[in-house]
Design a protein around this ligand. Structure first.
Ligand code: NI
Length: 169
């Protein structure tokens, strides 16, 4: 089932998500919904808080469904290593129509559980490393806008407030 994607300003997006304690059928359904919602958007990643669930789960597919092995589901993910630096334009399904250059580490090693509960580990560079870090941020209540500084962030926040007041957000 495609779920509505919450937008900047919704409480759950700005809170720390809690770990998943058991891979229940409800969690399995949530993961299916997240995958479907990500592909429908379309987007390269989606975290559970974006569909209103304050749980530490995200899905990523930088091929947006083109690569049959491209889909990664991570439950209770943690960074093992991060190094280097990359500067690229970034957006978010929860902050539609806005994007900005965000500083991220160039490489990331991440571990977590897959949807069957098996430990998995991924080493990533470039866009995949960026996607991991963007989705991990969601699990801690941080959106890319929060990573910007000064006028760049103020400009986006002001525009979002204006759209919200106009009932267009
Ligand atoms: Ni996002």
């Amino acid at each position: 089932m495609i779920r509505p994607i919450l937008k900047y300003g919704e409480g759950v997006l700005h809170e720390k998500a809690r770990p998943v304690e058991a891979l229940t059928p409800e969690i399995d359904t949530l993961i299916n919904d997240m995958i479907e919602t990500m592909y429908a958007a379309p987007g390269v990643g989606l975290a559970a808080p974006q569909v209103g669930e304050a749980l530490r789960i995200f899905v990523v597919d930088i091929s947006v469904g083109q690569d049959p092995n491209g889909l990664i589901v991570l439950v209770n993910p943690e960074f093992v290593e991060r190094d280097g630096m990359q500067l690229e334009d970034e957006g978010c399904l929860s902050v539609p129509t806005f994007n900005a250059t965000v500083v991220r580490p160039a490489r990331a090693v991440i571990k977590g559980l897959d949807r069957q509960g098996a430990e998995q580990r991924h080493e990533a560079t470039g866009l995949l490393a960026r996607a991991f870090q963007h989705e991990m941020d969601h699990l801690d209540g941080t959106l890319f806008v929060d990573r910007l500084r000064g006028i760049k962030r103020d400009l986006i926040v002001r525009k979002i407030r204006k759209l919200t007041r106009a009932g267009r957000w």
